[in-house]
Design a protein. Sequence first.
Lengths: 284, 251, 248
Amino acid sequence: MLDLLPPWLRDGIGDDVAFWIGYLTNGKHLAWYASLQFTLFAAVFGGLIALLLGLGAAALRNSGPLPLRLLATGYINIVRGVPDVLFFIFFPLAFEQGIEWLVSTQVCTRETLALNAGQWPPCDAANWRLTSPEYLVLACVSLGIVYGAFAANVVSGALRSVPLGQLEAARAYGMSRAQVLWRVHIRQMWVYALPGLSNVWLLLIKATSLLSLLQILDFVSWAQRLGAANFSRSAGLVHPDWRWQYYLVLLLFYILLTWLSEKAFAAISRRVRRGMPLVGQEAM
Amino acid sequence: MRMFVLAAAAVLALTGVAAAQTRLGSEGAYPPYNFIDEAGNLAGFDIDVGNEICERAGLECVWVVNEWDTIIPNLLAGNYDAILAGMSDTEERRKTITFSQTYFPPDPSAYVALAGKTFDFANLSGQRIGAQGATIQAAHLEATYKDTNTLLTYETPDQALADLNAGNIDLILADKSYLQEAVAGSSGTLALTGDEVEIGGGVAAGLRQADTELQAKFDAALTAMKADGALDAMISAYFPEREGGPFFLPE
Amino acid sequence: MSFLETLLAEIEILAVPALYNIYFAAAAIPVGFVFAIFLALGKGSPNWLINRLSRGYIYFFRGSPFFIQLFAFYALMLSFNLSTWKPLGIDWLVLHPLFLGPAILALNTTAYTAEILHGALTTVPRGEVEAARAYGMSWGQRFRRIVWPHLIRIAWPAYTNEVVFLFHATALVYFTLPVIGTQQDLMNKAGQMFQRDYNVFLHYSVAALYFLVISLAIFWVFGLIYARLMRHMPGARPMQFSFKRLFR
């Protein structure tokens, strides 16, 4: 990395500084910086899935047919009643085994079943080989399901906060139920939902630190590996335990991320509230 | 339901294309067996052996880094097809997976402590002893020293070493060759102590029990590597302190 | 073994591990609550330094993941072991997971609880405080008789949620701290059993059941306390059960 600098600048840098720049830009550290993409990918797509699930579950809970209403209520309360880390570990494994079981009912023969002798997967042909990209997608879905339940709670509260008069006026204009829901109810709901959704987003960002538990070499697991004491010259610089310094960087990174998110949500909130002077209270 | 099964089968078929590759799993935190080098790549004895096996068996291989505590479940789940992670062939593990031929002779386990401390291993009591969780060493400690000592298990071996260096535990039981590397790099603060403990078989590649085809390929490649001295050369390169060679070369 | 027997056996196996989660939460909550009162007053303090420090503390702990806080504090405490804890002779306590786990949980819940209490503090009617002052009450009397009764009634529902989520956060402790002997919590024990038989549905579902049931028990107990707090209010509605963790 240092070789890229012009010679006069290279000479101007002291040996110590040059050493640290070299250390912080070696392949291991570059891989660490690059692994940020997994954290951000999981946050963005997890957030999108959470929003969609939240809207769907909230709409069903507020105005769906009874069985669906119960289903939505059950989803919202049970998922929020267990720790996110438990669901985060459980869901990808359960999903994988569920798919494997379904496939096994179609493709396994008596002989292949006997070969695996009651072990999982039932037979080799039903084995679904998950790799890191698939784990990342499943991690996004898990985040989406967990925080979708939180978002649904926020959205369903916000839907109830929209003044009834607005909806009745829309009905009086001859709009269908679906039109009222989409054109009036959901449009107006955002103002009430934004503070709560901002809260859910911040929780979700912090939950992306759990990606390493799903065997994704993310920002957190690279920091753990880099900070651990290294005794082996072949693995790079020999150094004692530097973990807390690396963890401090992680903490500051997450604080920066939440700070930026808060600023962004405040800006969106201001924009959405344009021309709505009466909306003062936050809906949570 | 039917549609869902079809969709699931399609997913399987898609990933089946990638399954032409053989995927090898390793931990990347256990030098000199496996570690991540300065360039950020997986390297070490396990990795060289694995690549050589793949070349001789004509397999196209890719490496997957996986934490130790889930390394067997994820082999069973099919996230990779073989474990090469300094893993000893044991009866306990053979209940769930199978092994190739060994590619490293039985590596005795050893104790490491801060240099200058001595222990009475016959009547060890009141000590805090660490090991990596789900290892043969953790099982050995559980069977030997549980009653009169405090046993601590860690997610990774470097966490145990960090706790030893910081004085939070008195002893670690781990593979001798891993500890030798740590002692050599500790500039005199750590030392091996006590007798070696002979537990576990040789180091071998862990495979799914149903995967007999891959097992045959691995065994054939390993037989060839043992016969022409390639494996012995790798052992000498990575474990210069290991005595008693030749290891696999016919006399 | 029938399905029911398997399930009952699993519930029995995980009963002791569940006690560790309960212990972590029960040890952290009272400590965090007391600290949070001071921190909330600090955030409302007109003193520039106290105000900034309190805000900084709250922002640091609420803005970063608890998972990383655990790692960071364990590594930090470890690095002081030889220089500080050993000479003082308290290393056996400071680095013990059963001490350090609740300690880090308490640091975390202090920040969240302080934010809730500070929010409630701003709703205390000025007029009541001024009237009490006019009666000649001291600062301590005003806090105890006017501010606190008002504040705790406003804050209680949100605090109930914080307690439930603190209980959920105990699931993360043993992903970081070393496990001594068989001192395992629900997640650690469930994970260990999962590694043996690969049965994700049985082990994690029963662990989830424990978390759910204990969460509901917390809601019930805190709801009873809330009803008692509000007993003088005619027609006060019972507390609504709803899992939310407030960030702001």
